[in-house]
Design a protein around this ligand. Structure first.
Ligand SMILES: *[C@@H]1O[C@H](CO)[C@@H](O)[C@H](O)[C@H]1NC(C)=O
Ligand SMILES: *[C@@H]1O[C@H](CO)[C@@H](O)[C@H](O)[C@H]1NC(C)=O
Ligand SMILES: *[C@@H]1O[C@H](CO)[C@@H](O)[C@H](O)[C@H]1NC(C)=O
Ligand SMILES: *[C@@H]1O[C@H](CO)[C@@H](O)[C@H](O)[C@H]1NC(C)=O
Ligand SMILES: *[C@@H]1O[C@H](CO)[C@@H](O)[C@H](O)[C@H]1NC(C)=O
Ligand SMILES: *[C@@H]1O[C@H](CO)[C@@H](O)[C@H](O)[C@H]1NC(C)=O
Length: 513
């Protein structure tokens, strides 16, 4: 497989959407935890009361059983929904009470018996009990309390204070289409009163999903769910549109210095303070994945110079060469970190309408040229830009905004031994990699495949944020040495020489397993 193709295709959330439509999934989720509808036979009045009596006794016993101090029993998948939810709420209550004496992260009922600490410490035997055939998917909570006060208590930890960011907060723009509870968890994991979140919803999402998302918008000042939905199809159409609408909307908030562009199943692996510190070190440089252009993505016959693209909102004072010379096109991931100045430039200095429209005419993967192309057209001077001079290298430069393990068709390359459309699904086996790698986001974790890795990552970030725990000290030097960071800092200095090879080793998934 040619390298560059391997790097960009097939694409990500697009695959997830394909799954929805075509059922074309390679993994078989562990269905034993999935809800089953049951029909009870008609019962007489007396037996109803008897049932009620015994039923409540069982419920009480269950509650006692589940909330008894160890809280380490498997969540019983065989009990009915209503009882499940009672138990769920009771666990939360019990844990809230316990929080008063000792602080800890509250996992879901499905995962609360999972000892993330043991996995983090490399206990391979224990890992077996929650991986492979014992993998734990999320059981959707159909009785989720969506009142603002409930939402807030799930997302904002009442008992902790947040420190203000010295260097500015972070904004997140995410295109979403499914798994509300997972999305809510992602907000909780990156929650800080000064961070801001923007979501764009797929038109085809379920009514329930849309209602829940709107609730997030209603209940939090720093969460925006755009009123306009778009059809995000399996080929990447409208992704750029959604993200740029979020950019525009997020600019109304002060104080954030970086924006992270995301898709539905991306999981951030750094705490809010770590993330803010990493962006402080980046110091205005964008972090964008850049690869050589994938040729078949340009619709023939279209023009790609600034003049024809009506790119600059104000062309006076710009020279002809800049306007008329075709811009370079690069291909790369949609996920990226952009400095606030870059976002302001993308919204206020240029008009992306035609560029986006022209690439939306591409059949597949048209969304993967926008950020990467502006990042390499240094003549346009988008703040935080880079150059195309390093793009012949595999990674172009070291990017940290998205970690994807491409399988190359070989399950041995995936710790979870599970591939979907060429990409390894991140499973609980990856927990140490998630905790140690310098990248800030993992793509992708599916709650229907393995919820342990998601909840353990949330616990890890909680421990770092609120309990001052660090299983591994963040390697700040890694970020300082990034080629893009040095370029951004120095390229205007006389005598600057671009060195496309950083002094550190690129991160490599295999090194962390
Ligand atoms: C759930 O019920 C099924 C069928 O009644 C049974 O085979 C299985 O062992 C039960 N599972 C648990 C964990 O009790
Ligand atoms: C988080 O902290 C708790 C309490 O110290 C500990 O038991 C748990 O193992 C930690 N989890 C992780 C993932 O570090
Ligand atoms: C949801 O939570 C709120 C308070 O957080 C409570 O007043 C309300 O009764 C709950 N709703 C349900 C259906 O349990
Ligand atoms: C922005 O930061 C300043 C200084 O820390 C603070 O006074 C102000 O309230 C912040 N604005 C917002 C909208 O958070
Ligand atoms: C356009 O740019 C020119 C030259 O930089 C400047 O003088 C002019 O005020 C700008 N026009 C607008 C409408 O911003
Ligand atoms: C964590 O560290 C901060 C500052 O160093 C301190 O104020 C806070 O009390 C610590 N929290 C815990 C739970 O140790």
């Amino acid at each position: 497989m040619p390298r560059i193709k391997h790097f960009h295709e097939p694409l990500d959330e697009k695959e997830a959407l394909i799954d929805e439509n075509c059922n074309d999934v390679e993994f078989v989720p562990n269905f034993k935890y999935q809800k089953r509808k049951r029909k009870f036979p008609a019962v007489t009045k007396l037996s109803k009361y008897l049932l009620l009596f015994f039923g409540s006794t069982v419920i009480c016993l269950c509650i006692f059983y589940v909330t008894k101090p160890q809280l380490n029993d498997n969540f019983d998948p065989n009990i009915s929904d209503k009882r499940k939810i009672r138990i769920y709420e009771d666990i939360i209550d019990a844990m809230r009470n316990r929080k008063k004496s000792g602080n800890f992260y509250i996992k879901r009922p499905e995962t609360q018996h999972v000892d993330c600490g043991r996995i983090l410490n490399g206990d391979k035997e224990y890992l077996q009990t929650v991986s492979n055939n014992n993998r734990i998917p999320l059981i959707k909570n159909s009785y989720l309390n969506m009142s603002c006060s409930s939402l807030q208590s799930r997302i904002q930890p009442e008992q902790f204070n947040f420190e203000t960011f010295k260097s500015g907060s972070v904004a997140f723009a995410r295109i979403v289409f499914e798994d509300y509870e997972f999305i809510e968890k992602q907000v909780q994991m990156s929650w800080h009163p000064d961070n801001v979140f923007c979501f764009v919803i797929d038109t085809k999402s379920s009514k329930e999903f849309k209602m829940n998302m709107k609730k997030l918008d209603d209940c939090f000042e720093n969460i925006i769910v755009l009123p306009a939905e778009h059809s995000f199809d399996s080929s990447g159409h409208n992704q750029n549109l959604g993200h740029t609408e979020c950019m525009q909307s997020l600019l109304q908030f002060e104080n954030w210095t970086y924006l992270l562009l995301l898709q539905n199943h991306d999981v951030i692996s750094k705490s809010v303070y770590e993330l803010a510190r990493i962006y402080e070190i980046l110091g205005g440089a964008n972090d964008v994945n850049i690869g050589a252009e994938i040729d078949q993505r340009r619709v023939p016959g279209l023009k790609w110079d600034a003049k024809n693209l009506k790119l600059f909102r104000n062309e006076s004072g710009l020279d002809d060469e800049l306007l008329k010379k075709p811009m370079k096109i690069a291909s790369g991931y949609v996920q990226a970190s952009l400095s606030r100045a870059a976002v302001e430039w993308l919204i206020n200095t240029v008009d992306l309408t035609l560029f986006i429209n022209q690439f939306d005419r591409t059949k597949y993967g048209g969304d993967e040229q926008l950020i990467s192309s502006f990042q390499v057209n240094s003549q346009f001077e988008m703040p935080g830009h880079f150059t195309d001079e390093c793009s012949k290298y595999r990674y172009g430069h070291d990017q940290i905004s998205r970690m994807t393990q491409w399988s190359g068709g070989d399950v041995k390359r995936c710790a979870s031994k599970t591939i979907r459309h060429g990409i390894c699904l991140i499973g609980i086996e990856d927990f140490r990699a998630v905790s140690e790698m310098p990248v800030i986001m993992f793509n992708k974790m599916l709650p229907s495949f393995d919820y342990s890795i998601i909840d353990c990552t949330a616990e890890l970030l909680f421990n770092r944020t609120f309990l001052n725990q660090t299983n591994i000290k963040m390697n700040e030097k890694y970020y300082e040495e990034m080629v893009t960071v040095i370029y951004h800092k120095d390229h205007k200095n006389p005598g600057y020489h671009l060195n496309c090879t950083p002094s550190h080793q690129y991160w490599k998934y295999e090194n962390y397993l």
